[in-house]
Design a protein around this ligand. Structure first.
Ligand code: HEM
Length: 327
């Protein structure tokens, strides 16, 4: 009997160890320079496409950065957000409203398919394009581990749990934690990303006119700033009007947004919430007093972390021929 128990324990132990090994190996398969032999110009081609897109319209930098976040938070960074042929695809979810930039990814993919067919995944293009976009607007340039494969599933229901602009700080923290991201990553990634780009007035309605609790406006908004926001996004006004997320320096990656958050001048509610909580407040404050270089470096590390979420490698998924549809 005892011998039987020992055997079961040994089998269990080897099962656990082999699973740990599989986990470590599959996470470890992303690596910098994955295409250096199979498609050596892949990264430079993507960079050129992004350079042109940002030169044509500086807004494209923010668009590409947001696309990466929305890809990675639903089923991992697997290009599932790019699958746009399904009626109930993930792009149709409320949290994905306003996500665009597909034409830029498609254009990079078309060039890569010409040069090295079937090699470079759409998921990697999204991740590399986000990095290039950030660096083109004064943000850091960092190495992106690659080797992601493309997913085959895109479902609206899977995107229902995306962070919402009106989430409390506890909900935001837990949604990030579920993806293996810390409070520090939350501040770096959402605060850092929202230093560029814009929001539709649609996302400002609750914050300005129907805040919970209490109704009216979010009390965290600086009274000197509130009339400016209301002026741009009036009650019952056009919800498609877009306003900068970083009031002081839109289109430039910098840490001024953290000062805005501290001073009650954050634009969207989820950025303001970063100052509601002792932990995240301390993190915001720490970067206001530290050097821009340290913020940039930590932001870059957090971007690599978000880029690792649920990455499919090895024999999982596929390399799509076109980014908008599975093979
Ligand atoms: C904490 C959770 C987050 C929430 C609730 C949130 C919410 C939003 C909302 C409502 C907008 C405006 C969208 C529009 O009107 O088109 C926006 C824009 C943006 N978000 Fe976030 N976001 C979060 C985190 C992030 C993260 C982690 C990133 C990237 C690392 C990111 C990148 C961006 C960018 C770059 C824009 C500007 C897009 C543009 O100009 O078209 N966000 N976000």
């Amino acid at each position: 009997m005892q011998k039987g128990n020992t055997q079961i324990a040994l089998i269990l132990a080897s099962f656990i160890i082999s699973n740990i090994v599989v986990l470590v190996v599959s996470q470890g398969q992303l690596r910098v320079g994955f295409y250096s032999k199979t498609c050596p110009n892949a990264e430079s081609i993507i960079r050129k496409v992004v350079q042109k897109a940002v030169a044509d319209n500086p807004r494209n930098a923010a668009i590409l950065l947001r696309l990466h976040f929305h890809d990675c938070f639903v089923q991992g960074c697997d290009g599932s957000i790019l699958l746009r042929n399904d009626e109930d695809g993930e792009l149709k979810a409320q949290g994905n409203l306003g996500v665009v930039g597909f034409d830029i990814i498609d254009s990079a993919k078309a060039r890569l398919e010409n040069l090295c067919p079937g090699i470079v995944s759409c998921a990697d293009i999204v991740s590399l394009a986000a990095r290039d976009a950030v660096s083109l607007v004064n943000g850091p340039f960092y190495d992106v581990p690659t080797g992601r494969r493309d997913g085959r599933v895109s479902k609206m229901s899977l995107a229902e749990n995306l962070p919402d602009v009106d989430d409390s700080i506890n909900v935001l923290k837990s949604k990030f934690k579920e993806k293996g991201l810390s409070d520090k990553d939350l501040v770096l990634l959402s605060g850092g990303a929202h230093t560029i780009g814009a929001t539709a007035c649609f996302f400002m309605q609750k914050r300005l006119y129907n805040f919970t609790p209490g109704g009216g406006s979010d009390p965290a908004i600086n009274p000197g700033f509130l009339p400016q926001l209301k002026d741009k996004c009036p009650f019952n006004g056009d919800v498609n009007v877009r306003i900068p997320l970083d009031w002081s320096t839109q289109n430039v990656f910098d840490v001024k947004i953290l000062r805005n958050i501290r001073e009650g001048n954050a634009v969207i509610a989820s950025d303001a919430r970063l100052y509601d909580d002792r932990m995240t407040r301390q993190i915001v404050d720490s970067y206001i007093t530290s050097s821009a270089a340290s913020f940039n470096q930590d932001f870059a590390e957090a971007m690599v972390k978000i880029g690792n979420i649920g990455a499919k490698t090895g024999s999982e998924g596929e390399i799509r021929r076109a980014c908008n549809a599975v093979n």
